[in-house]
Design a protein around this ligand. Sequence first.
Ligand SMILES: Cc1ncc(C[n+]2csc(CCOP(=O)(O)OP(=O)(O)O)c2C)c(N)n1
Ligand SMILES: [Mg+2]
Length: 353
Amino acid sequence: MRVLVVGAGAREHALCSSLARNPVVDRIYAAPGNAGMREYATLEHLSVGDIPGIAEFCERESIDLTVVGPEMPLVAGLADELLDRGLPVFGPTRDAAMIEGSKTWARELCQRHGIPGPLFGAFTEPSEALAFLDRLQAPYVVKADGLAAGKGVTIAESRAEAEKAMSTDQQPVHPLRLCKEVRDFLDRDAILVVDGQEILNYGRQSIPTFVPRHRLNSGVFGTMGIGLPFGVGAKVAKPDNQVLVLHGDGSFGLNAMELDTCVRFNIPVVTVVSLNGGWTADPNREKTGRELGYTKFHKMAEALGCHGEYVEDPAQIRPALERAFKADAPALVNVLTDWRARATTAAFSVYST
Ligand SMILES: Cc1ncc(C[n+]2csc(CCOP(=O)(O)OP(=O)(O)O)c2C)c(N)n1
Ligand SMILES: [Mg+2]
């Protein structure tokens, strides 16, 4: 039997490895597959969305069974096309795949057929969504509609508590307040880059982005320093979108001279530095080598030809952001933040900075 596996991820790798153990399977193809699957399958340069291409390949190579991994081609009708041509396929038709194609559709289906599920609402207007939340009790689960595609969920423990923590006008500025100002300022299609540790964790927890690929992070604990370079690349790729890089002061220092690149090539990225005076927070003043001092990055930026802002008062963050985005030049907003503010996160490993 000749089998084609459509997809390129870990799921499809597992499918190939299981199929390979079946004695009736003589040959496996993967479209497009990945390098790890070579052990089991012949890789074909076909994208998962190329429905006619996949169907023609099946006919040409006399494929006996096609196994489809990802939901995107299923929702686009790959199984329907293969069935129309009399080609056996393991995977739901377009209509059936809709259950993975839209969360709203899936929830409505469950509701129609009395399948137990949580109370839910689907909204396109933020104000309506917020009004709905007022009727519920925390925690809330928030999901974006559209292809499931492993987008995940946001679980909000308490809206009021979160907003309260983010609204504090303490000085030095709490990083969450800085995040709130950034969140409230950004356009919906803004590109956000965050790098550092505390500020990355706070930012991840509190500033949403709404457009696929409009968020670039430095990862869980790694590749620190890529914030500004990512921002430069993003602004070159999408000059008409707001590009804001939210940086820890330590991580910013690693590639700070990219401000000069911005000036030389006229790339008006806005960098906001959470100036907490060191690597990560240190509430008990116990970390050796943590202190970096309070570098005048805004002065450095000005010296290089950027627009520079220094902010200590949380109420001044927004006006500074407005001036930075209007400056028509690369800009840096240096915000003095609290060295004690340590973000709480789920532990990924025993390693901690
Ligand atoms: C190149 C590199 N070096 C070291 C680390 C370890 N590390 C992760 S976050 C961090 C401190 C970040 O400090 P800062 O950028 O000031 O952000 P803050 O946590 O203070 O908000 C360090 C040292 C790393 N991830 N990457
Ligand atoms: Mg820092």
